[in-house]
Design a protein around this ligand. Structure first.
Ligand SMILES: Cc1cc2nc3c(=O)[nH]c(=O)nc-3n(C[C@H](O)[C@H](O)[C@H](O)COP(=O)(O)O)c2cc1C
Ligand SMILES: [Mn+2]
Length: 489
């Protein structure tokens, strides 16, 4: 296994100088404010200890995956390479994908402490209040929510946020139609509460799978099987003695409980500062988890991944959008160099080597309408092959020098139904319900695509003025000869 547990990975970050230890920061807003400003300044990963009100050793880890080098290390890639090289190495691994089933082990470090029934106290962990306007303390942010399909035995792991409500209750926010939502509805339709495990600290690959950030597991593919592949060995799991659901054997903390149906119970959840940089969901009724047991390692670590406004300095190699690139290639479109998520939410740049007249039109037809299912308004910027789609300055320069406003701007209408888009008008957001007639509370709304064609016009691109930049050969030779000058700069 690549990393046997979260601690091995954290120790490696420490060794490389990619981690700072922070002692004494308060769980109530102080810790979260440190995280926010450290992300914006491109700072290190943070391991918080001696958190007021909690025992020494009960720790919170944060800002881990917010830098491409730390993210690359987590996934077993060479962290010394460039962003584009890392992305291309990851793409090669993704192309060889084969699921590897998990391996059941009798026990593991996660069983070092088992608390159940009357002894359960969710307030015994240093769960941060991450942002000033949050309505709850969120223990589940770097989270894998594990559920088992009662019909097929299929095991899913999804990243769905989990708040601590009181000593024995958490609240979960799972959007309608996520795999975890489909599974819990099967239990609810049978008239039973849905069992669930919430892992809030685990080696990094499982989280990358459950959040769908590094690889997206479609219907029927378990995130544990994907994690096994990217680890290069079967993922070790311990079966919960109570629910039989597998948990990562080396997890830091696993919360076990049951989710009553929306007809039975709902509790106001949120608001929570979301990944788009807003509080779109507000405070709305969501599903409780009635906690029946907690399993944790000695000196457990909560993995925090609190969203901040997505204005940080470091793009991630995971921002290369391999899925859209493959979709365009599968449609037979040549010349696609890269697709990059330059800004969030949903602002993507496609770099293309234009080869024929209708080339860009064909690209637009594949990406429309609505971008991805369950996502909102998209902005797509098409640039020529000499523009680095991951470099905001180059993209802005392409917009300001190659976009012809009267012919290069298009709005493509489409529908999408994604409730965290800040542009959804009041009253149109989804709500948790068992009502089939309302598609379980998911309300459709209309979202559109904006397409900016910032490529040179194909018909006269050879006469388009040449770019004022020296050749790679001259630049390279000059940099080599004047190494000291450039290294010092
Ligand atoms: C850090 C992080 C937090 C997320 N939080 C939520 C959430 O609170 N609710 C939700 O429905 N999806 C959330 N997502 C998105 C889902 O985890 C993601 O779409 C995942 O692929 C869904 O897996 P599934 O198809 O197995 O449900 C989050 C993703 C990440 C990376
Ligand atoms: Mn899934």
């Amino acid at each position: 296994m690549l990393w046997n547990d979260l601690r091995e990975y954290v120790a490696r970050l420490d060794e490389l100088g990619f981690l700072r230890h922070v002692n004494g920061a308060h769980w109530n807003l102080e810790l979260g404010a440190i995280c926010e400003m450290m992300v914006e300044s491109g700072g290190p990963a943070l391991l918080f200890d001696d958190i007021p009100d909690y025992p020494h050793g009960f720790r919170v880890l944060s800002n881990v995956e917010k830098h491409p080098r730390r993210h690359a290390l987590a996934l077993g890639l060479d962290h010394t390479k460039t962003l584009a090289e890392m992305a291309s190495d990851w793409e090669k691994r993704v192309k060889g994908f084969k699921p590897i089933p998990p391996r059941v082990v009798a026990t593991g470090p996660v069983m070092e402490n088992v608390v159940e029934g009357a002894d359960v106290n969710m307030l015994s962990f240093p769960t941060p209040m991450w942002h000033e306007k949050d309505g709850n303390r969120y223990i589940g942010t770097g989270v894998a929510v594990i559920q088992k399909d009662p019909d097929t035995g299929f095991v899913n792991a999804g990243a769905y946020r989990v708040a601590v409500h009181d000593e024995k209750t958490c609240i979960i926010f799972t959007e309608p139609n996520r795999h975890g939502d489909i599974i819990r509805r099967k239990h609810w339709d049978r008239g039973e509460k849905a069992p669930v495990l919430v892992s809030v600290g685990q080696e990094p690959i499982l989280f990358a799978m459950s959040g769908g950030t590094a690889y997206s597991c479609g219907d029927g593919l378990s995130e544990f099987e994907a994690a096994g592949f990217f680890h290069g060995s079967p993922y070790p799991v311990v079966l919960s003695p109570r629910t039989g659901i597998p948990m990562p054997a080396t997890a830091e903390i696993v919360i076990e409980g049951y989710m009553p149906s929306p007809d039975e119970a709902l509790i106001p959840e949120g608001p929570f500062g979301e990944w788009t940089g807003y509080y779109a969901h507000g405070r709305s009724p969501e599903t409780p988890i009635e906690v029946t047991a907690v399993y944790y390692r000695n000196n457990p670590i909560i993995w925090g991944s609190p969203p901040t406004r997505p204005v940080r300095l470091n793009p991630e190699f995971g921002d290369f959008d391999i899925t859209t690139k493959h979709k365009l290639e599968a449609a037979g479109i040549p010349g696609i160099q890269n697709v990059f998520n330059l800004s969030k939410p949903c602002f993507k740049v496609i770099s293309v080597n234009q080869m024929y007249d209708e080339h860009l039109d064909e690209i637009v037809q594949v990406i429309e309408p609505g971008g991805f299912h369950h996502t909102g308004n998209h902005v797509w910027v098409l640039v020529d092959e000499d523009i680095d789609p991951s470099n905001p300055q180059e993209v802005m320069w392409a917009i300001s020098s190659r976009l012809i406003p009267h012919s290069g701007v298009r709005v493509v209408e489409g529908t999408a139904d994604w409730q965290l888009d800040p542009r959804v008008p009041p009253g149109q957001r989804s709500a948790a319900t068992m009502d089939h007639s309302q598609d379980f509370g998911r309300k459709p709304y209309t979202a559109h695509n904006l397409i900016l064609n910032c490529c040179r016009p194909f018909e006269w691109r050879d006469q388009f003025p040449k770019v004022n930049v020296n050749s790679p050969e001259l630049r390279h030779a000059t940099r080599e000869k004047w190494k000291d000058l450039f290294d010092g700069a």
